[in-house]
Design a protein around this ligand. Structure first.
Ligand code: PEP
Ligand code: MN
Length: 363
């Protein structure tokens, strides 16, 4: 994908030792006391480097609390002065950018609802021109990597070289234990495409509750994500926004000390054993590909046969039978039903496509 990305390598500005950057703070700034009290407690946690608080809150309904706005700018400046924490807030318009830059914010983030609108992103980009602060870009609500990339690219074109993508989960039509489904494959694909681009994870908006926070945080660390943004409120039960998902600074401290930071590589012996296992995997993958290619060859033969005999491609009865039998076989071998179903679905889709191609081919 030919995208325009001219970014500073994260080790030069974000985290020289590659340790994850922890951002914490309330969903919204509500009162000066709430902001200062929360920040003082968070500043005692060594891993927390950045204090977050939303000033202009994107809310679903106009009757809901929409943030304290400009009033809160000075509360956060005070946090910076008194605790030494860096400060960040959400910007959704050029006016917000101007105010945040004027108040000495160290970073800003673009929220999930702003990222979907290229006009807004463009205007924010224009307003950021000439500033060198890091800009964090959350993923859009819908599971669409292209929109996310588009917003990153647009901000990058405005000359921002300190870019971070923030994974905050995606809205999902199926039932899920999460407020926003993590769909890890999307941030992983982003990392694969742009290994230089740091990716943070926002477990609070993924989970929507406090129970799952540590599992998602650990997963983020295990996937070598570069930071976490976690909502923390001095008195979560009184929070005016996202009450169920905010944790106390004390609980955040426990959560962070419970995380296991694994090394990306180990000893010589470990490495050589790992290499051995990996080469076995390589062989098996090769066999898998050969077998799938063989299957598709037979599928095409069937397609030709159906064509000659004027038979329809999709034979539901046969397909349902395959599904049932394969799931049973797979389960007996310890493979999950969900996995087999996914696998069969993509194999089936490709098989149908192959047969359509055969049918359409003029001979
Ligand atoms: C937030 O961080 O409080 C927020 C509104 O996030 P998002 O844009 O991810 O919903
Ligand atoms: Mn929130």
């Amino acid at each position: 994908m030919a995208l325009f990305f001219d970014i500073d390598p994260p080790e030069t500005w974000l985290s020289p030792d590659a340790s994850p950057v922890i951002i914490a703070g309330p969903c919204s700034a509500e009162t000066e006391e709430q902001v200062i009290e929360t920040a003082r407690e968070l500043a005692k946690i060594p891993m927390v480097r950045v204090f977050r608080a939303g000033l202009w809150k994107p809310r679903t309904r106009p009757s809901q609390f929409e943030g304290v706005g400009d009033t809160g700018l000075q509360w956060l400046s005070r946090v910076k002065q008194e605790t030494g924490l860096k400060i960040i807030t959400e910007v959704a318009s050029p006016v917000h950018v101007e105010k945040a830059l004027g108040a000495g914010f160290d970073m800003v983030w673009l929220g999930a609802r702003t990222v979907v609108n290229p006009f807004s992103v463009q205007e924010i980009g224009e307003a950021l021109k000439g500033s060198h602060i890091p800009v964090l870009i959350k993923n859009p609500l819908n599971p669409d990597l292209t929109t996310w990339l588009g917003a990153l690219e647009r901000i990058s074109r405005a000359g921002i070289k300190k870019l971070v993508a923030v994974h905050r989960g995606f809205s999902y039509y199926k039932h899920s234990p999460y407020r926003n489904d993590p769909m890890w494959e999307i941030p992983i694909e982003l990392k694969r495409l742009f290994p230089e681009l740091p990716v943070f994870v926002d477990p609070s908006h993924i989970c929507g509750n406090v129970e799952l926070l540590s599992v998602i945080s650990q997963r983020a660390i295990d996937l070598e994500m570069n930071g976490l943004m976690i909502e923390s409120h001095i008195r979560p039960q009184e929070a005016l926004t996202d009450r169920q998902q905010q944790i106390t600074p004390e609980n955040l401290s426990n959560l962070l000390s419970g995380l296991i930071f694994r090394k990306p590589s180990g000893s010589q012996e470990f490495q050589s054993q790992l290499e051995e296992l990996r080469s076995e995997i390589d062989k098996i993958d090769q066999q898998l590909i050969d077998i799938i290619a063989q299957r598709m060859g037979i599928v095409e033969q069937i397609g030709k046969y159906k064509k000659v005999n004027k038979i329809t491609i999709l034979q539901l009865k046969r397909w349902n039978q395959i599904f049932r039998e394969r799931i049973k076989d797979g389960e007996e071998l310890g493979l999950s039903r969900e996995f087999i179903m996914k696998l069969l679905e993509i194999v089936h889709e490709e098989s149908i496509q192959r047969q359509i191609n055969v049918m359409n081919k003029k001979e």
